[in-house]
Design a protein around this ligand. Structure first.
Ligand SMILES: [Zn+2]
Length: 312
């Protein structure tokens, strides 16, 4: 028999909103989804009210929200690259509309918390670094058993660590961010760069330069295409550079990698481990922490957001 829900977790992304009623142990008891009207703040707020009414018709449950973008310590979304909102006091607006306690955090932070508590990090007692590799690169940090939010709520933007100053331009404006070198977008770009070389030594199923995406390159790589496998290896190498820097700074028990790009699995993680081991400080005297795939999939954000709402 399903238990009683204790909180509602809501994950607001660039294209969709996923929500779940979650038990005190983090089990997702029921789910709801809506398309996110990215250019319509009122539409998103209405969708939140809608899923809350669907999941908890009697009301009263605390709500945890993970929102794409920079979220400050007061639960306000300062800026979101894929959503039309700026300086939106999301926590306070929702709390007033819905009449229940609301917590709001960055979507990658809440996903990291879900993975730490119930997913790939559930065996870790105190520390974990999570990287979410999709179109861009997000992340979350757990140290001493707590989610690290930083002085203003904006810590954990590992995608914007500069790993190759002077490298390709990142959507944030800087050059050579990890996101510019080790994201789904970077997989597509790297494949285009490789294909433009005329002396390509092996045949490849990658043909249409304009259609290349992280997803299409990964699909071809999984069928064994040598060039596509090489593209993932080179992107994985950069991912390893970023991971080594994070391990050198934070010395976590575990590194978890999630997001859409993990469709590539070991084709990305294998080269990342090798590269991270080769960039690790004191590599002859220590071992790399495990680098593991995320375990909760799309549920990570919903579970993490709900658990955070229960901890306030
Ligand atoms: Zn950047």
């Amino acid at each position: 028999m399903a238990g009683e829900p204790a909180a509602i977790g809501i994950d607001i992304g660039g294209t969709k909103l996923a929500a779940g009623a979650v038990g005190p142990d983090g089990a997702v008891l029921s789910r709801a989804r809506r398309d996110t009207p990215a250019d319509d703040v009122d539409g998103i707020l209405a969708a939140v009210g809608d899923v809350v009414a669907e999941l908890a018709p009697d009301g009263g449950l605390p709500i945890g929200v993970g929102a794409a973008g920079l979220v400050d310590a007061d639960g306000a979304v300062r800026y979101a690259p894929n959503l039309e909102w700026e300086d939106l006091p999301l926590r306070d607006v929702l709390a007033e509309r819905l009449g229940v306690p609301v917590t709001v955090d960055n979507d990658a932070n809440v996903a990291a918390w879900g993975e730490f508590r119930l997913g790939a990090g559930r065996e870790a007692s105190s520390s974990m670094v999570m990287l979410t590799i999709g179109t861009g690169v997000g992340g979350g940090l757990v140290l001493d058993g707590r989610l690290v939010r930083g002085a203003s709520g904006m810590a954990g933007e590992m995608g914007h660590m500069v790993v190759d100053a002077g490298g390709p331009r990142c959507p944030c404006g800087n050059l050579g961010c990890l996101e510019a070198l080790a994201s789904g977008t970077a997989i597509g770009r790297t494949a285009r760069d490789v294909l433009r070389r005329e002396d390509l030594p092996v045949p490849t199923a990658l043909r249409d330069l304009d259609e290349l995406t992280g997803k299409s390159v990964t699909a071809v790589a999984r069928e064994g295409d040598e060039v596509a496998v090489g593209v993932l290896a080179s992107v994985g190498w950069w991912l390893g550079v970023g991971i080594a820097s994070l391990v050198n700074v934070l010395d976590p028990q575990l590194v978890v990698v999630g997001g859409g790009a993990m469709q590539a699995g070991e084709l990305l993680l294998g080269p990342a481990r090798e590269s991270a081991a080769s960039h690790l400080l004191g590599r002859s005297k220590r071992s790399l922490p495990p680098i593991a795939p995320a375990a909760l999939g799309d549920d990570a954000g919903v579970v993490g957001a709900a658990l955070l709402a229960l901890e306030v």
